[in-house]
Design a protein around this ligand. Structure first.
Ligand SMILES: NC(=O)c1ccc[n+]([C@@H]2O[C@H](COP(=O)([O-])OP(=O)(O)OC[C@H]3O[C@@H](n4cnc5c(N)ncnc54)[C@H](O)[C@@H]3O)[C@@H](O)[C@H]2O)c1
Length: 271
């Protein structure tokens, strides 16, 4: 699947990976790029740079998603490629508040469903298109620092698989982007777990290049970090050993986290 001459809708395109994707897609000379983001000023600034169209959208709200798709169709006639990329995280295990679980569920999982409902039937009726879901390595493996992120990104991978199984014979190419650390504002550099991810992070531009290449070769998984593919294979080969190894990484990071928390507490007591 090529981007050239096509109309592309990118959610979360105002910053980070989404912005790099819009910049890379623009080089392919698409007919139009629609940047749908809740951060409208940033979306406008990327749109101005690329000659794209910015639209305000909260992807966790189905009415917003429908409205953006409708407006895009009015302006461009149709949408041929969807990049469902917006996503958020929140720290914590099962003790994290329900509000965080609900927010992550709606943004990291349901937003893909809303966007598919609004775009896939029309794409399929016109002979096909492409739908790219930004999940995460956390959707194939786990994210040690966030239970809700791990669960909702597994949801994103599961939905992308389902979409591919149901629509690949009807002309829809589905791809699922599963990076580990990517150097964007998403990574909180005060969090030792995110510091660990940052240490092995890649650039958003590299991720964008991988998306273009994977779509071109019509593969499902976009893996900007090859080691994620190796860990994933290892997980399916020996689930118990995989869990054991991740538990070991978790213990090491937890010790680091405890040290940082203690140091922060001590310094606030001194001041
Ligand atoms: N950065 C990483 O290390 C990393 C790793 C794996 C997966 N991801 C995933 O990649 C995607 C992009 O992350 P990023 O690193 O570019 O983050 P980012 O925070 O730099 O950008 C996210 C963008 O999504 C937008 N957004 C957030 N909530 C939204 C909502 N409800 N409606 C519309 N737009 C919304 C933000 O305004 C922002 O423009 C996310 O799905 C994230 O989970 C990121």
């Amino acid at each position: 699947m090529e981007f050239g001459g096509r109309v592309v809708l990118v959610t979360g395109g105002a910053n980070g990976i989404g912005r790099a994707l819009c910049q890379r897609i623009a080089q392919e000379r698409p007919r139009g790029i629609i940047i749908a983001d809740c951060d409208l000023p940033a979306a406008i600034s990327v749109a101005e740079e690329l000659g794209a169209r910015a639209m305000q959208c909260d992807v966790s709200c189905e009415a917003d998603v429908k409205a953006v798709v409708e407006k895009a169709r009015q302006e461009f006639g149709q949408i041929e490629i969807v990049v469902s990329n917006a996503g958020v995280t929140a720290k914590g295990g099962f003790e994290a508040p329900d509000e965080d679980w609900d927010r992550l569920w709606r943004i990291n999982s349901m937003a893909h469903v809303y966007l598919a409902r609004a775009t896939v039937p029309d794409m399929v009726e016109r002979g096909g298109g492409a739908f790219i879901v930004t999940a995460s390595a956390a959707g194939l493996l786990t994210e040690i620092g966030s239970a809700a992120y791990s669960v909702t990104k597994h949801g994103a991978v599961a939905f992308a698989e389902w979409l591919s199984v149901h629509y690949r014979n009807r002309g829809l190419k589905v791809a699922c982007l599963c990076p580990a650390g990517v150097a964007t504002d998403f990574l909180d550099m005060n969090d030792p777990i995110h510091q660990f991810l940052h240490y092995r992070s890649v650039t958003p531009a590299h991720v964008a290049e991988c998306v273009i290449e994977t779509l071109r070769s019509e593969r499902f998984l976009v893996l900007p970090h090859p080691e994620v593919g190796e860990f994933f294979q290892f997980k399916t080969q020996d689930y118990d050993r995989w869990l054991h190894n991740f538990a070991h990484i978790n213990s090491r990071l937890q010790k680091r986290l405890d040290r940082v928390t203690k140091a922060t507490k001590d310094s606030s007591e001194i001041s």
